[in-house]
Design a protein around this ligand. Structure first.
Ligand SMILES: [Zn+2]
Length: 328
């Protein structure tokens, strides 16, 4: 299901475009100070693409001439690094607003049940050997709107340059985003520092909770992301597993217990719920949006999202699962 994304041009990086163009929040010096000071950013290419619009759940996509038709995200923008916000051709080709395509109609919102959490953090990591991409979509549990997005490409820390190049070519070359990956990827420790600053901005980390999430929970498709991959990467990157990664919601468990049907993965859930796949499968940010679409559909159907797995604080190796019926 991969579409081609082909980098076509280069542009010098101008950092203010990041801050002025990003998101409707007052981004503070905190984030600014965490921006990596990397000279290689002077040679960023714009993430241009030859990709044709794909089917979308948004009815406005029926007319491809409309400017709000589906288009690929600018993957510099998602990481706060787009320098072409003043270029109309670039803006026409690439999406710079992640909330539009995940908009849910208000009659749908009215029929949802109330949730125990205020926000869902949909997370879908990419990278089997080491994490290569860390995308998070923050959804409001009541309105189902996208509140914000955090997206970073991640540079492996225990791999040779040659291995990294082969790895990226094989994974992202196919969908034409290898160039933007090389231009923007930063080590996992830096990603986590920036992610924490982002969570603080959104008031998601409760001080009284010792770094655990307040009012929000991660939503993943399966247990792999937080049970296996993040702890592995923390070990490779010589970090302690942050407390906010100690519990999560596995959407597949909620799906099984709500619809009484097993779903082996995102594609199965999307097929069964008749949600069209949008974007490039295995591009983390696109998969995250597709999982968010499944989540929105389930919320609209009346599902209650609850924590499905939690690590034992005294013995973090031990994960307790809360549903008897679950996907193993
Ligand atoms: Zn852009």
């Amino acid at each position: 299901m991969a579409f081609s994304r082909v980098p076509l041009s280069r542009a010098p990086l101008c950092r203010h475009s990041y801050l002025s163009s990003l998101l409707p929040f007052s981004f503070s010096h905190l984030t600014l100070s965490l921006l990596p000071n990397r000279t290689r950013l002077n040679n960023l290419s714009a993430s241009l693409s030859t990709q044709e619009p794909a089917p979308s759940i948004d009815s406005s996509s029926a007319n491809p001439k409309q400017s709000n038709r589906w288009k690929p995200m600018c993957l510099y923008f998602t990481q706060g690094k787009c320098t072409m916000m003043n270029d109309p051709i670039h803006l026409e080709k690439f999406n710079h607003n992640c909330s539009g395509e995940l908009k849910v109609s208000s009659p749908t919102v009215k029929q949802t049940r109330s949730q125990q959490l205020d926000f869902f953090l949909v997370l879908d990591l990419e990278g089997k050997v080491e994490i290569l991409e860390f995308p998070v979509l923050m959804l409001d549990a009541k309105t189902m709107d996208v509140v914000d997005m955090f997206h970073r490409f991640v540079r492996p820390s225990a791999m040779s340059e040659q291995r990294i190049n082969e790895y990226i070519e094989g994974k992202y070359g196919k969908i034409g985003v290898d160039r933007v990956w090389h231009d923007t990827a930063i080590p996992f420790e830096e990603v986590i520092q920036q992610f924490e600053a982002w969570m603080v901005q959104h008031d998601l980390l409760g001080k009284e909770l010792n770094g655990r999430l307040s009012r929000a929970a991660f939503v993943t498709c399966g247990n792999w992301d937080l049970k296996t991959k993040v702890p592995q990467q923390c070990e490779v990157s010589r970090m302690v597993l942050p407390p906010y990664f100690m519990e999560w919601i596995n959407l597949k468990d909620i799906y099984l217990n709500f619809y009484k049907r097993r779903a082996t993965g995102m594609i199965t859930m999307m097929k069964e719920l008749q949600i069209p796949l949008v974007g490039s499968h295995h591009l983390g940010i696109d998969d995250t949006k597709n999982i968010a679409r499944v989540l929105q559909h389930m919320l609209a159907d009346g599902a209650l999202l609850k924590i499905t797995a939690r690590r034992n604080p005294g013995n973090p190796e031990n994960v307790e699962f809360f549903f008897r019926n679950r996907i193993r």
